[in-house]
Design a protein around this ligand. Structure first.
Ligand code: OGA
Ligand code: NI
Length: 200
């Protein structure tokens, strides 16, 4: 049983193709959302979040003035609690192949926490050394996010600049090589699951 039928996928992927991004509200079930949140809390309690870097394999530089989040890379073989999420991502990949003729192989995902006062400077999700990221995937996990909490995703598309609120269960997809974006300073701890579908 697929999560979504062809018609839903076509609608979203059509928007992704024309606008370079698409917002999918209530993209995951409440049950899966709670599961991911519990996983996140466990990782945080066990000190599994590390300061994110910029550049190749995140090893080169850690610069808080550019990027202030703490991350934990996921492994679908180990993090089996998140099985349903990985299955949804497989379904997304299959549909991108089917409807958009993308040739995708791997994917990579991490959970990310932006502490109060942190942000991520305007950037593209492709680095000079690594240009295989094709589609960026964001899943937001902020249950009681309200206006004034900050941490909006600001995207710069052909339609101009748009602010996207990091609302719980909201998924955002965009073309990694095309869309410049930034995370505005957050005034509450901000939680997300972020990843990339990689070109073959
Ligand atoms: C990133 C990124 C945006 C967000 O991790 O590259 O731009 O809204 N994240 O978390
Ligand atoms: Ni980014």
């Amino acid at each position: 049983m697929p999560f979504y039928n062809d018609e839903r996928w076509l609608g979203w992927l059509d928007l992704l193709a024309t606008d370079d991004y698409v917002i999918i509200d209530d993209g995951i079930s409440i049950e899966l959302f709670e599961t991911i949140l519990q996983f996140f809390v466990r990782m945080e309690e066990n000190d599994q979040l590390v300061k994110a870097g910029i550049g190749r394999l995140d090893k080169l530089m850690v610069k808080s003035e550019i990027r202030g989040d703490f991350i934990h890379w996921l492994d679908s073989e180990i993090d089996t609690d998140l099985n349903l999420f990985f299955l949804l991502m497989d379904e997304l990949k299959d549909n991108l192949k089917k409807f958009c003729y993308l040739s995708l192989s791997d994917s990579e995902f991490h959970i990310a926490k932006y502490p109060i006062g942190s942000h991520y400077h305007k950037h593209l999700d492709q680095f000079n050394e690594r240009s295989n990221r094709q589609i960026s995937v964001l899943l937001y996990l902020n249950k009681n996010w309200k206006n004034g909490d900050g941490g909006e995703l600001k995207i710069y598309s052909k339609n101009g600049a748009t602010l996207i609120e990091p609302l719980a269960r909201r998924i955002v997809l965009f073309k990694s090589a095309e869309l410049e974006h930034e995370v505005l300073t957050t005034h509450v701890a901000r939680y997300s699951l972020t990843g990339w579908l990689l070109r073959k």
